[in-house]
Design a protein around this ligand. Structure first.
Ligand SMILES: Cc1ncc(COP(=O)(O)O)c(C=O)c1O
Length: 461
């Protein structure tokens, strides 16, 4: 089962919250190495999901880091340091740098499940400040090393991400400034600024699209700061924003259900690092409750599948980066017919937007997923054989059920339209080999279809 829980929030009062602070985007543009991230089309994934179009904003690289998090960390640091210095928010990175000498040996502190801590460590390095980053013990070695590689002191702390947050809050002092992306009673300004920083993603998007963003948006949720920024930028009565969380760290779903942040007991061990949070951010909650139409929680298999689905369009996203798409995939699997209409959209094949929030950051966990070694799956595909549709059972021995909707599309829908090279002989369906893979093995049916790394193969069930 890949969709584990679903909370329909359709009765929400769709109030459009305050619009984001435009100063954040101006500040980001002044930072060394600023470039807007691209928006990619994912036609194969869209077809597999029954969408007319899937746009993916690629946050797999921002300022040389593998996620969007530096947008929040940099703007929140700018606001917090300016406040400490008793000044108006620095308008540019150079202005911010100029106030550092007034601040006398400050250390930036953050708890992290990976990316936020690395981003805070990078900002500290750019500003010649020290950084101390607290990370839970189950974190991947590669993520810990990446933070240390920014020159930060890394404390690997016993317990969960939420324990790390608690310990980091206790370090606040005159010379230790906590830059947290989540909030707790009495600590709300900085996490609000973090969400303001993420608004740059949506500001760029508005310029890049030059028109209305798609009516369906999938957004992955850890503590909810990114979701809050998404709601502020995109919520409108005609748009459905779907929040996606790992099943064992569904803190936003629980918080919206109960009307307050509640600690979801661990262990939170999803491969969707960054989303392993047990407590939603209290400052993000009102935006999520007002603007997110449905929350779904997914297991790791959906994240695996989404990684591979996006690879079909040559988009290399990490497990967390692909998790918005994983939510769409899980919804599609749960209700293959009228999937999107059941969410309140009036279009059976709407266009959708997802954000690839992270590149692969843990090669040890990513390689088996992208190489399709994480399981063999029994499934079937509909094939048109001599004009009639049949379901053919088979095992997909590498990329799993990603291929299921995709195969259905490629074999049943696209093949007849592809013309030359597509043949149906008996139960044999042949597609012209395109980018690489032409492995078969299903007696009576041969399939070859585009995959950048030639990983798809079938054999009989
Ligand atoms: C890659 C990635 N995507 C999404 C998120 C979710 O962001 P938020 O915690 O603001 O909900 C995180 C959080 O760390 C992350 O690292």
């Amino acid at each position: 089962m890949s969709l584990v829980a679903f909370l329909d929030n359709a009765d929400r009062a769709v109030s459009v919250p305050a619009r984001p602070d435009p100063r954040a985007a101006r500040f980001h543009r002044s930072m060394p190495g600023y470039e807007p991230t691209a928006v990619a089309e994912a036609p194969s994934a869209a077809a597999g999901l029954g969408l007319s179009r899937l746009l993916v904003k690629l946050e797999s690289e921002r300022f040389g880091l593998p996620s969007f998090k530096i947008l929040g960390a940099s703007w929140a640091t700018c606001r917090a340091l300016s406040l400490r210095a008793g000044l108006e928010p620095a308008a540019t990175f150079d202005e911010l740098r100029a106030i550092i000498p007034r601040l006398d040996g400050l250390t930036l502190v953050a708890a992290t499940d990976g990316n936020h801590g690395r981003a805070v460590a990078r900002i500290a390095r750019l500003l010649d400040l020290d950084a101390r980053i607290l990370i839970p013990e189950h974190s991947a070695r590669a993520r810990i090393d990446a933070i240390a590689g920014e020159g930060a002191t890394v404390d690997v702390v016993p317990g969960s991400y939420d324990d790390a947050v608690r310990l980091s809050s206790a370090l606040a002092s005159d010379d230790h400034l906590v830059i947290s992306d989540t909030s707790w009673p009495g600590y709300e300004l900085v996490p609000g600024w973090v969400a303001d920083g993420y608004a740059t993603i949506f500001e760029e998007l508005a310029e890049q699209l030059g028109g209305e963003p798609p009516p369906l948006v999938a957004i992955q949720i850890g503590v909810g700061a990114l979701a809050s920024a998404a709601v502020r930028a995109l919520a409108s009565p005609g748009r459905v924003i779907v929040g996606v969380e790992p099943a064992d760290a569904a803190c936003a779903l629980q918080a919206v259900r109960e009307g307050r942040p509640v600690l979801v007991a661990g262990p939170h061990r999803s491969i969707m690092a960054g989303l392993n949070c047990g407590l939603a951010s209290r400052v993000a909650l009102p935006d999520m409750a007002a603007g997110i139409a449905a929350f779904c929680t997914i297991d790791d298999r959906s994240a695996d599948e989404a990684v591979r689905l996006l690879l079909l369009d040559n988009l290399v996203c990490g497990e967390t980066g692909a998790s918005g798409v994983a939510g769409l995939l899980a919804l599609r699997e749960r209700r293959p017919e009228r999937t999107w209409e059941s969410l309140g959209l009036d279009d059976a094949r709407p266009a959708a937007l997802a954000i690839c929030t992270e590149a692969p950051t843990d090669p040890k966990s990513f390689a088996p997923i992208s190489d399709g070694e994480s399981g063999t799956r029994r499934c079937s595909c509909a094939m048109r054989v001599r004009g009639s549709r049949r379901r053919v059972p088979f095992l997909i021995s590498s990329p799993t059920s990603v291929a299921d909707p995709l195969l259905r599309h490629l074999v049943a829908d696209q093949a007849p339209r592809r013309g030359a090279g597509v043949r149906a002989r008996g139960a044999v369906v042949e597609l012209p080999p395109s980018r690489g893979c032409r492995r078969s093995g299903l007696p009576g049916a041969r399939c070859a279809w585009p995959h950048p790394r030639g990983l798809l193969s079938t054999r009989p069930a």
